[in-house]
Design a protein around this ligand. Structure first.
Ligand SMILES: [Zn+2]
Length: 297
């Protein structure tokens, strides 16, 4: 996840041939154009897959099974999760059989309470939440404070229109901090390698895929050739280090995880932030960096 100034640098860098470095109006236009990524929508990615974007900081996906649903990532908080669920309920009233967390960051887990029902399996990879746990065990709260700065929570609204990887969403969340995490923790985990989740007539492969976090996984839905990459992919520069003070991420492991996705020949790519990418060629291009992901819509 990246802050405002870094986003500006990245976007300007990506389109450098078109820009005068001093042309703040054009820079501003580019930054504002990125808001298109974060317009609220429920996108039908494939026959059974829907992805809600723009409701919180990260997308929430739904796979419709024969007699139940699988939710992949749950958004930042209960408020945004409830709004997404209301949209999904316009499509189906099937029960939520499973939730999969692609990783432990709270912008992907905090809304799980909106989706979890009695008996819902919650899947994740161990060791879960190591990044935040290190701070908690040391009694440090500085990461939260720095996280607020990273995402411009305290910047006046007219000075920040989005946060690079999502719509500006923070005032509401900051005001309802107890709702950030929710009570939902994993009920089913695996550590390395992978596992197969069979639920509601769906077969999903959960694959250990270290990258932005060491508890990252990706979900492979072979029947429709959809990969859910978590935060190992979004249309921005990979967050090799978060300025709120996380440890450095393992770049070699990250590359290996992207390679593992590529080996499955995905035709649709649902990232941890920004809109899904549809089409075998485009997915191949962005995962191999033949074209900059920032310019792929
Ligand atoms: Zn994220």
């Amino acid at each position: 996840m990246i802050g405002r100034s870094l986003v500006a640098i990245l976007v300007v860098g990506c389109f450098a041939p078109l820009l005068n470095a001093n042309d703040s109006a054009q820079t501003r236009a580019l930054l504002l154009a990125r808001n298109q990524e974060f317009q609220q929508a429920v996108i039908r990615v494939s026959e059974r897959v829907y992805t809600a974007v723009g409701f919180g900081l990260s997308p929430v996906s739904m796979i419709v099974g024969d007699d139940g649903l699988v939710i992949i990532d749950a958004g930042l908080d209960l408020a945004s999760g409830k709004r997404v669920l209301a949209e999904f309920r316009k499509i189906t009233d099937q029960p939520v059989k499973a939730i999969v967390f692609t990783h432990s960051h709270r912008d992907h887990t905090g809304g799980a309470g909106a989706f979890a029902q009695d008996g819902t399996e919650v899947w994740a990879r161990e060791p879960f939440n190591t990044e935040e746990r290190l701070f908690q065990e040391a009694g440090l709260t500085i990461a939260r404070k720095r996280g607020f700065r990273q995402f411009g929570v305290l910047v006046p609204e007219d000075e920040i229109k989005h946060v690079g990887i999502g719509a500006r969403y923070f005032p509401e969340s900051a005001a309802s901090a107890p709702e950030l995490t929710g009570p939902v923790m994993p009920t089913h985990t695996f550590s390395n390698g992978g596992t197969t989740l069979n639920v509601a007539g769906l077969e999903l492969e959960l694959v250990a895929a270290s990258g932005e976090t060491s508890d990252q996984l990706f979900v492979w839905f072979d029947a429709e050739r959809v990969v859910f990459a978590g935060d190992n992919f979004y249309k921005s520069w990979p967050n090799l280090y978060a300025i709120r003070g996380t440890g450095y991420r393992d770049v070699r492991a990250w590359i290996g995880s992207l390679t593992s996705m590529l080996q499955r020949n995905p035709h649709r790519l649902v990232g941890g932030h920004t809109r899904p990418i549809v089409g075998e060629v485009r997915v191949l291009e962005v995962l191999t960096m033949r074209i900059p992901a920032q310019s792929c819509h």
